[in-house]
Design a protein around this ligand. Structure first.
Ligand code: F6R
Length: 242
């Protein structure tokens, strides 16, 4: 793992955006694996800014997202379909026909089959990941087999609580989601994982220094040959102390 620890969150995102700009300029038709949640928002903001400044184009990019809640219509403001349009796609020149995300509005088994078929046709060049405070990646919660492909998950209560801020109230947070599997994530040529804040410190420590175990899904990344980890001081605090 290539681990970088930044003094400021702003610098972290500047460097992460520079990483993407460089990669995309060399390979303008790359296939990106994208994430939702709080973590990627500052990165997307910087990429939008770069696009508006003429430094970057998404015209040739294809994007696959990690996951989606089950049971939310596409227009629901907390759906990841909506999130991606709102936070990135609507502000850059990506062809929306080249953006893929599990369909949370249809029967889950159908959504899983459809998404896996789409994923199986490609190799993701760079998979972006945030990190759950319990060590999840995508919505692969602790205990998910490393061999998993796209599947439906029951969200851990911790995850529902962590994500409740995006809903009016906790009861509105869906109990299930469809996520790319760990095996699918590991198939990406390169992985970028960003984690900031003290509430990620334990998971970061386990991911990097812990044993490789399905009880901390992100620890599987120790087996990936090309992972870039961007951390702020808070997320890295346990690594620095021990
Ligand atoms: C989002 C995703 C999740 C988040 C994780 C961290 O597509 O797959 O694994 O990356 O829950 O969420 P935030 O960034 O909100 O702390």
């Amino acid at each position: 793992m290539n681990i970088k620890i930044y003094d400021s969150v702003d610098l972290l995102y500047k460097e992460a955006a520079a990483f993407y700009k460089e990669k995309i300029s060399h390979q303008p038709n790359m296939i990106l694996g994208l994430a939702t949640g709080t973590t990627p928002i500052p990165l997307y903001k910087k990429l939008i800014k770069a696009y508006k400044a003429g430094e970057l184009s998404f015209k040739g990019i294809t994007a696959y997202n990690l996951d989606e809640y089950v049971g939310l219509e596409k227009g629901h403001p907390a759906s990841y379909y909506f999130f991606m349009r709102d936070n990135l796609f609507n502000h850059v020149d990506i062809d929306l026909n080249n953006t893929f995300i599990p369909d949370g509005s249809i029967e889950p088994n159908e959504a899983i089959k459809k998404y896996q078929e789409q994923l199986d046709t490609v190799t993701i060049d760079i998979q972006l990941l945030g990190l759950g405070s319990n060590g999840h990646i995508g919505f692969n919660e602790p205990g998910t087999p490393f061999e998993s492909h796209t599947h439906m998950v029951t969200l851990a209560e911790k995850t529902r609580k962590d994500n409740a801020r995006l809903f009016e109230k906790l009861e509105d947070v869906p109990h299930t989601a469809v996520t790319m599997g760990i095996k699918d994530i590991m198939r990406a040529r390169e992985v970028v994982l960003i984690a900031t804040g003290k509430n990620k410190a334990q998971a970061v420590f386990g991911m990097i220094k812990g044993e490789i175990s399905e009880s901390l899904p992100a620890s599987v990344l120790q087996n990936h040959p090309n992972v870039h980890v961007f951390l702020d001081q808070d997320a890295a605090s346990l690594l620095l102390n021990k």
